[in-house]
Design a protein around this ligand. Structure first.
Ligand code: SAM
Length: 199
């Protein structure tokens, strides 16, 4: 079942999932998809890995949509649906090999606390990839058409959001005081929209 507002973005999730697999080669262990919404990021990672995936969201209805979307896909991955705020994740320290969070950071009430909690639950040797964007495998024409779509949608819905990129994103990262992190952009020369954490 497609969820309103996501149909245009659907081609992008498998491309980001493939990028994450190519870049980090994490194919098994525990993965958290934080602020999963309808679950497309975690679902696409599930299709190409053996990861055990926790779909995490603060919103119960969105988690239900994620559950509906994954049911019937006949995936063999172990999956869980966890209602939680990124600032108080109900997982022990050093829990997950891979943490992905796409398009959610902008909506967190306390972005610093959220990023620190992601780092806390990340396993040493693991990777967390948090932020937003279309990934670097999205073809240029599609990238041009979809760039800024999330930002415009949030504005149209009057959602409170703090979209950050480039220097603003780096400033946020600096405020967390976390080591082993860097900002990443989808397209060379464009402002960074992702934070990569290595622990
Ligand atoms: C724009 S949607 C992105 C959904 C999905 N990750 C994607 O890329 O399609 C943002 C999601 O973040 C969730 N969210 C917002 N604040 C959150 C928080 N503090 N902790 C966990 N999830 C949160 C929202 O409920 C929503 O499902």
């Amino acid at each position: 079942m497609l969820v309103d507002g996501y149909s245009e973005l659907l081609p992008v999730y498998p491309l980001i999932a493939q990028q994450i697999l190519d870049d980090y080669q994490i194919e098994r262990g525990i993965c958290l998809d934080i602020g999963t919404g309808p679950g497309y990021m975690g679902i696409e990672l599930a299709k190409i890995t053996n990861l055990e995936i926790y779909f995490v969201d603060i919103n119960k209805d969105n988690l239900k949509k994620a559950e509906q979307n994954i049911s019937g896909l006949h995936l063999d991955n172990i999956v869980h649906f966890t209602e939680a705020d990124v600032s108080a994740l109900p997982f022990e320290d050093n829990f997950a090999e891979l943490i992905i969070s796409r398009g959610s950071l902008w909506f967190w009430v306390d972005q610093i606390k959220g990023l620190r909690d992601i780092f806390r639950v990340l396993k040493p040797g693991g990777i967390a990839f948090t932020g937003g964007g279309l990934g670097r495998y999205t073809p240029p024409n599609m990238h041009m058409r979809l760039k800024g779509k999330g930002r415009r949608a949030a504005k149209n819905k009057n959602q409170k959001a703090n979209f950050l990129s480039g220097a603003g994103l780096q400033e946020l990262l600096d405020k967390t005081g976390l080591c082993g992190c860097q900002t990443i952009s989808d397209v060379e020369g464009e402002d960074a929209t992702w934070i990569e954490m290595r622990k």
